[in-house]
Design a protein around this ligand. Structure first.
Ligand SMILES: Cc1cc2nc3c(=O)[nH]c(=O)nc-3n(C[C@H](O)[C@H](O)[C@H](O)COP(=O)(O)OP(=O)(O)OC[C@H]3O[C@@H](n4cnc5c(N)ncnc54)[C@H](O)[C@@H]3O)c2cc1C
Length: 238
């Protein structure tokens, strides 16, 4: 049974101009177990008005843990506007874990992660779990952002590439003409996947990002002959 528990906001860290990392710790220190890829329901309660509002957020840290990290795009919506003024020590309510987007390490020996924006969150959970448990893995990641400054945890991704051999290719969809970005540009598609992952058909693929991104990449994988059964997907935002 999934129990809703009070969690204390421990740290807030700006990771890009729009996205912040929020780390919450269970007030009673209970560690929850989950599979990387799963999400939590985070609830804000306004005790003065009795208002309560919940949203789903992918868990970015590895299991099991009495802490949960979320990478949240602060879009000033109903829930995220509450987070604009959140501070360490605030109490939120969390129930977890939920979802069918689960990283199955036994589903193959080679993996392809396709991430768009904050869709990198479940992949960080997966990669951190692999790292924590010292699991050797052949994993490639294609990560799409609008601008270079929107790359979440760039240093950590580079470090994972050096130390764990997890090669991440970033594509910038709104790169400035004549700007400094020298990497891949434009929306990820089948040609871009093939340029970096020639053995795509041998890999289990996981896609997470906005609906249009997920649909386009799923279609691209299928057009490359990838078996639909080996494609796992999660989407949110717009
Ligand atoms: C399984 C799951 C996992 C999720 N994980 C994450 C996560 O790790 N990080 C994260 O930031 N969000 C995540 N979300 C989205 C999150 O649950 C909220 O929908 C989001 O934070 C907006 O909530 P809000 O109340 O602030 O906006 P609302 O008031 O509900 O919406 C305001 C407006 O913004 C639009 N909108 C909603 N989301 C986005 C977006 N991301 N970018 C641009 N416009 C948007 C809505 O369509 C609406 O028009 C996840 C959603 C699901 C279903």
């Amino acid at each position: 049974m999934i129990i809703k528990r009070p969690y204390v906001l421990k740290t807030i860290r700006k990771v890009t101009p729009l996205v912040s990392s929020f780390v919450f710790k269970a007030q009673d220190n209970t560690a929850i177990d989950f599979v990387p890829g799963m999400f939590a329901m985070l609830e804000y309660r306004d005790h003065a008005t009795g208002e309560s509002i919940s949203r789903a957020f992918s868990i970015a840290n590895p299991p099991p843990s009495n802490e949960l990290e979320f990478l949240i795009s602060l879009i000033h919506g109903r829930f995220t506007s509450k987070l604009d003024t959140a501070k360490a020590g605030d109490v939120y309510y969390v129930s977890a874990p939920y979802g069918q987007f689960k990283f199955d390490i036994k589903s193959g020996s080679k993996f392809l992660f396709l991430a768009g924006g904050t869709g990198i969150a479940p992949f960080l959970s997966m990669l951190r779990m692999i790292d924590k448990n010292n699991i050797g893995i052949d994993c490639r990641m294609l990560y799409s952002v609008r601008y270079p400054e929107e790359i979440i945890n760039k240093d950590e991704l580079e470090e994972m590439q050096q130390r764990m051999g997890v090669k991440t290719v970033v594509t910038v969809t709104r790169a400035q003409e004549g700007g400094e970005w020298s990497g891949e540009k434009g929306h990820a598609d089948s040609a871009m996947i093939l340029r970096h992952v020639s053995d795509v058909r041998e890999r289990s693929s996981y896609i997470c990002g906005p609906p249009a991104f997920v649909k386009a990449l799923k279609d691209a994988l299928v057009s490359l002959g990838v078996d639909e059964k080996s494609i796992h997907a999660e989407m949110w935002g717009e």
